[in-house]
Design a protein around this ligand. Sequence first.
Ligand SMILES: CC(C)(COP(=O)(O)OP(=O)(O)OC[C@H]1O[C@@H](n2cnc3c(N)ncnc32)[C@H](O)[C@@H]1OP(=O)(O)O)[C@@H](O)C(=O)NCCC(=O)NCCS
Length: 141
Amino acid sequence: MAISYRACRPGDVERVLELWKIGAPGGSTNTRAALETRLIRDRELFLLAWDADLLAGSLIGAWDGWRANMYRLAVHPEYRRRGIGSELVRRVEERLRKLGSTRIYALALLDSPQAGRFWAALGYAPNSGIEALAKNVEPID
Ligand SMILES: CC(C)(COP(=O)(O)OP(=O)(O)OC[C@H]1O[C@@H](n2cnc3c(N)ncnc32)[C@H](O)[C@@H]1OP(=O)(O)O)[C@@H](O)C(=O)NCCC(=O)NCCS
């Protein structure tokens, strides 16, 4: 199994949505339009892992000039425990560090049985004293 890694392209969007349906629970903004908007900037931080033409994993990194974040880490169930999740994080971390990031936040799904142990294995610890709050809003044209 030779896994290749490359940035997401507009033509990959439907494949990414399919992967998330089977590989990652939750996600309130999993739409084609949202992904197309995400691809307008920092596309190199939206990384995909491929086994030939099968999409095996995804990770969205983000850098706002102050903090870095990671979202939607998902590995296809048949490809887990082979180091693909770690490699996606390693590659996105490297890109974020090159942009100047010194602190990276990872949004870990509480519903996922693997998430806590995975992020802990990669050195991510609970952010004591801070809770991630969220609000859904409508975009303004
Ligand atoms: C979490 C997830 C991305 C891990 O991907 P992966 O490719 O299987 O992870 P890796 O093979 O790189 O695992 C790295 C390490 O994480 C830990 N880990 C990963 N999955 C684990 C599990 N099910 N149980 C215990 N530890 C686990 C292990 O320490 C592992 O190292 P090891 O295999 O040498 O023991 C994958 O299970 C997944 O997509 N889960 C559903 C979605 C999700 O939870 N996303 C992350 C939350 S945002």
